[in-house]
Design a protein around this ligand. Structure first.
Ligand code: NAD
Length: 499
């Protein structure tokens, strides 16, 4: 049985709290490792060491910090297969999907190579007589990131790469469900030249999270995970005077207009609804066909595609469409919600409840489900299921479809499938959701844009990655400078306009 500890001051270390959690192989249901759960004392020590290491890193010129990121990119590419295998083994997603997880993180590291440019301040020559004004972006000091299980490579990189490139020290508290890849990333950063102590990976659960939120040295916290925890972390972190951004859960709607290419829409829904077993915050979990005829055509296209889906372990090869969900508890929750859908009157068109895989009977596999005639008051519509369950809500008109997405409490992503540019434009302009796809089902913005949801999907005012991340992980200092020429003519006691 493997023991997974922490990464402190440039080396793997064992936990000392005496508390551990099981790490499963979701495909077999077996416990494959024990991960250490840090207590407050361990967290506080890691932060103190990071605080000691940060000033020298913050004073290193941004170009040199960018070179560490450049080398990190090379090492990520070198170890791509190894990282993807470790990721699939603990998360359960297919190998191509695991590589995508690493790749989408790597792209943010690439963006961070532009740190020297992104950190440039503003300058006004002669803001007043003999006066120049300029601003600097300075690192915050020690900052922290708390990340979810579903992207154990990508989201830690989204958090730590910009924070480090800005000159901060970073405390990463990854998900305790799949902790191996974040530790491998830390080793690669050390190999790339990051000084010891500047990145500390502290594994743990609520106890470590609370220690982060209450630690007075930590200046900012970036969180990604479910909405109730996001709300909790936002409130406690802000109450303790920290800068906090929290990204929460989702219920992403895809509107299918009567003029959409129905094959394209059905293909998109299969990938976006069932890929990664539905365990993506940008998964489409609600299809909204406009009009009954559109709905009938869509369901007719979806059913054979869903019945053909191959569910299996990542080791079974490239034709597996999706793997198991992350834990037995996740499987139980999903099947419980499926039962509630049946009880509350939705029509279960594809029933995956009896799915079982020979040789993997104890794995956490869930067969694909499709519900039709779902209504807004049902639990399967209101709650994030985070599993391979797609709900179809029939809307009588475009305005009704738009209102459904707008009235839902989550606002992470959404999409519209149509051939009508006017409808697409109206949708993108009016919808109160952070990321919008037009004939694109999973509109995850690339590294040089920013990612963030609205409503209960995002707390705080800046998005993650892209230029916003450089704003989040720095503070602005503005300097007004006068170098007098000629004779000094005494003090100035009035608050003066620059005229
Ligand atoms: P989660 O909220 O259970 O856990 C996220 C992190 O919070 C983990 O590090 C975990 O250890 C910690 N945590 C869990 N319970 C806690 C508690 N009571 N107190 C303090 N900390 C606690 O989320 P998850 O199951 O790991 O991830 C899935 C969720 O993340 C989904 O809701 C998904 O939509 C969301 N997600 C959102 C985005 C986004 O960008 N909006 C991206 C990925 C995932």
């Amino acid at each position: 049985m493997d023991s997974i500890g922490h990464y402190i001051n440039g080396a793997r270390v064992a936990g000392t709290s005496g508390r551990t959690a099981d790490v499963f192989n979701p495909a077999t249901g077996e416990v494959q490792a024990q991960v250490a759960l840090a207590g407050k004392a361990e967290l506080d020590r890691a932060v103190a060491d990071a605080a000691a290491a940060q000033p020298a890193w913050g004073a290193t010129n941004p170009q040199k910090r960018a070179r560490v990121m450049m080398e990190f990119v090379r090492l990520l590419n070198r170890d791509m297969d190894k990282l993807a295998e470790a990721l699939s083994r603990e998360h359960g997603k297919t190998l191509p999907d695991a590589k995508g997880d690493v790749q989408r993180g790597l792209e943010v590291v690439e963006f961070c190579i532009g740190a020297p440019h992104l950190l440039k301040g503003e300058f006004t020559d002669s803001a007043g007589p003999g006066i120049d004004m300029y601003s600097m972006r300075q690192p915050l000091g020690v900052v922290a990131g708390i990340t979810p299980f579903n992207f154990p490579a990508m989201i830690p990189m989204w958090k730590m790469a910009p924070a480090l490139a800005c000159g901060n020290a970073f405390i990463l508290k990854p998900s305790e469900r799949d902790p191996s890849v974040p530790l491998m990333l830390a080793e690669l950063l050390s190999e790339a030249g990051l000084p010891d102590g500047v990145l500390q990976v502290v594994n743990g659960d609520k106890e470590a999270v609370d220690a982060i939120l209450d630690n007075e040295t930590i200046q900012a916290v970036g969180f990604v995970g479910s909405t109730p925890i996001a709300a909790y972390i936002y409130a406690r972190g802000c109450a303790n005077g920290k800068r906090v951004q929290c990204f929460g859960g989702a219920k992403n709607h895809m509107i299918v207009m009567p003029d959409a290419d129905m094959d394209q829409a059905a293909d998109a829904l299969i990938g976006a609804g069932y890929g990664a077993a539905g365990e993506r915050c940008m998964a489409i979990s609600v299809a909204v066909p406009v009009g009954d005829e559109t709905a009938d055509r869509l369901i007719e296209k979806l059913v054979p595609r869903i019945e053909k889906l191959k569910v299996g372990p990542y080791t079974a090869g490239a034709d597996v469409d999706y793997g198991p969900v992350v834990t037995a508890a996740a499987k139980e929750k999903i099947l419980g919600l499926v039962q509630s859908g049946i009880d509350q009157g939705a029509e279960l068109v594809v029933d995956g409840r009896d799915f079982s895989l020979q040789g993997y009977e104890d794995g956490f596999f869930v067969g694909p489900h499709l519900f039709d005639r779902v209504t807004p008051e049902m639990d399967i519509y209101r709650q994030e299921i985070f599993g391979p369950v797609l709900s179809c809500v029939r809307a009588p008109s475009y305005d009704a479809a738009l209102a459904l997405a707008m009235d839902h409490e989550y606002g992470n992503g959404t999409a519209i499938f149509t051939r009508d540019g006017d409808a697409a434009r109206d949708f993108a302009s009016r919808i109160n959701i952070g990321m919008v796809g037009i004939n694109v089902p999973i509109p995850v913005p690339l590294a040089y844009h920013t990612f963030g949801g609205w409503k209960k999907s995002g707390f705080g005012d800046l998005n993650q990655h892209g230029p916003d991340a450089f704003r989040f992980y720095t503070r602005t200092k503005t300097v007004t400078a006068r170098w007098p020429s000629g004779l000094k003519d005494g003090g100035e006691f009035h608050f003066k306009a620059m005229d």
